[in-house]
Design a protein around this ligand. Structure first.
Ligand code: SF4
Ligand code: SF4
Length: 184
């Protein structure tokens, strides 16, 4: 049975990782997204953040959902946390093709996919955001979820300085990143 305080702590950890992922992706993508002629946000994707009990628990429904624009505001997404994982994972070709090398593209993929990694197979062998009713959350594999949060934190410690320092990764760091990528 899920203990509420334990669940609350894990949700806090998820939020803090999502904030870090969001900051990093903003740093990489905002020069392009700010002037994008065809933004990729879509109402049906925003809706996932309202329909998924897990994402609702993460963002707490404190931000209103607009029937026309979903969570898209004039300066981008209004959700800091609780975005559908695909929102962090999708990086368009315009951004990818402009990166200096494949390693930078690999690092972006690692960052973008972290939220997907955390929820992967964490609910009855399926992605956490596929749980569609609140009672489903009782069946979350908490051990797996906790381990994934830990892996994601370890990956972020490597990835956060990478985009400013561009230092090559050692063997241990590579293993950490390969672990979060190989699930995809
Ligand atoms: S990710 Fe690409 S397509 Fe989407 S808003 Fe940014 S620049 Fe535009
Ligand atoms: S990033 Fe935000 S506004 Fe864009 S599709 Fe996702 S939830 Fe909607």
């Amino acid at each position: 049975m899920m203990i509420e305080s334990e669940w609350g702590k894990l949700l806090d950890e998820y939020r803090s990782i999502e904030i870090r992922v969001g900051k990093l992706m903003t740093q990489i993508c905002s020069p392009y997204c700010r002037v994008c002629p065809s933004p990729c946000c879509r109402l049906d994707i925003c809706k996932e953040a309202v329909e998924s009990p897990f994402l609702l628990a993460v963002h707490g429904a404190g931000i209103s959902f607009d029937a026309k624009n979903g969570y898209l505001g004039c300066s981008g997404c209004r959700l800091t946390v609780g975005r559908p994982p695909i929102c962090h994972a999708f990086v368009c070709d315009r951004i990818m093709n402009d990166q200096k090398d494949d390693l930078h593209r690999y690092a972006i993929d690692c960052v973008g996919e972290l939220m997907t990694y955390i929820g992967k197979r964490a609910w009855r062998g399926r992605q956490l955001v596929e749980a569609m009713i609140k009672s489903n959350l009782a069946a979350i594999d908490l051990v797996m979820f906790r381990d994934r949060l830990q892996d994601a934190r370890a990956a972020l410690v490597i990835l956060e300085p990478y985009f400013t320092e561009s230092k090559p990764w050692d063997e241990v760091q590579w293993r950490t990143l390969i672990k979060v990528r190989k699930q995809h």
